[in-house]
Design a protein around this ligand. Sequence first.
Ligand SMILES: C[S@@+](CC[C@H](N)C(=O)[O-])C[C@H]1O[C@@H](n2cnc3c(N)ncnc32)[C@H](O)[C@@H]1O
Length: 388
Amino acid sequence: METKNNKNITTCPYAKKCGGCQYQGIDYAAQLKKKQKEMNKLLKDFGKPEPIIGMKDPLHYRNKVHAVFGRTRKGEIVSGTYEAGTHKIVNIDECMIEDEISQSIIRTIRGLLRSFKIRTYDEDTGYGLLRHVLVRRGFATGQVMAVLVLSSPILPSKNNFVKALRKEHPEITTVVLNVNDKKTSMVLGERDIVLYGKGYIEDILCGCTFRISPQSFYQVNPVQTERLYQTAMDYAELTGKERVIDAYCGIGTIGMVAAKKVREVIGVELNRNAVKDARINAKLNQIKNIAFYEGDAGRFMVSMAEEGEKADVVFMDPPRSGSDEAFLSSVIRLAPKRIVYVSCGPDTLARDLKYLARNGYQVRKMQPVDMFGFTEHCEMVVQLVKKR
Ligand SMILES: C[S@@+](CC[C@H](N)C(=O)[O-])C[C@H]1O[C@@H](n2cnc3c(N)ncnc32)[C@H](O)[C@@H]1O
């Protein structure tokens, strides 16, 4: 596989079965053109998006690698991804967009299973232990977290297993056992048991240090995330006096990057573990003008609007499904001067922009950022300003 930006890149051998990279075999410059065209078309009612910010190196950018484990009919242990639209596992040795160190950790785990007599989980029968492995690496800190998702809290010979794993990969700084004993397509269960290290990793973005727990959301492409957040800060036009809301805040990244430039930040997030990380992150970075609330962003905004609260700037970064009417209608009541909408779902972004444009906001700037090379996905940052 070629590693440079604009050369033709040979197609990944798993491309068809995996289905994760829709732009396989397409030159990176041509991928960017396709995304630009797509964004221009989708968002044409609101103006013309800026030229897309592409990656310097579009390979191995993902800091999070997930592999599902199972067996073939012949009893061979396999790990990789589900074949598109099925529950058949495609055994993957190498992926061109995932972090290489994390991939090699997953291969090592696959190799260790037999000698430790660890059975992979069978979805149909419910027997077996190892369901998934998730590896996350802090690109700036080098810290690595391996999460073993098991159907039971008991991993036989766990200390020796961790020792054998760390012997091959001394770069691993923490190992967590996640218990998922439900018949579900969700990867992670609710309970985490720390087998080694601190149970989380840290990474650095835009000069702030962030603690990331197994269950918390963290952007998968940290190099482009810095450019994304920088654009979001520029679009917020902060002067130091603002009261800012960071909605759908995850571990508090956007709010904390903004905190140095504003009077006060309020963050809201649904995931309890992410809120816990966010609060610790504020302390870690000695940021005192920020507070985090756990809950649904829509409900939180409704209650703020009912209490007659105001905000100067609202950052919103919802999941791919976008925001909801409770949230959007309350934002309108809070009447911020600017809304900075960060989106990984351009279709739902277009839907939500339509609502905001009908209710007193004007789209001023739109910046596509490529966070997901080789896939059809595109991240967007949009600046909306309140009409006079
Ligand atoms: C795309 S992530 C963005 C997180 C963060 N802004 C960042 O850049 O890392 C979306 C976040 O919204 C959270 N979320 C999903 N539904 C939510 C809801 N109804 N209310 C509040 N947060 C929600 C998710 O847990 C996730 O952390």
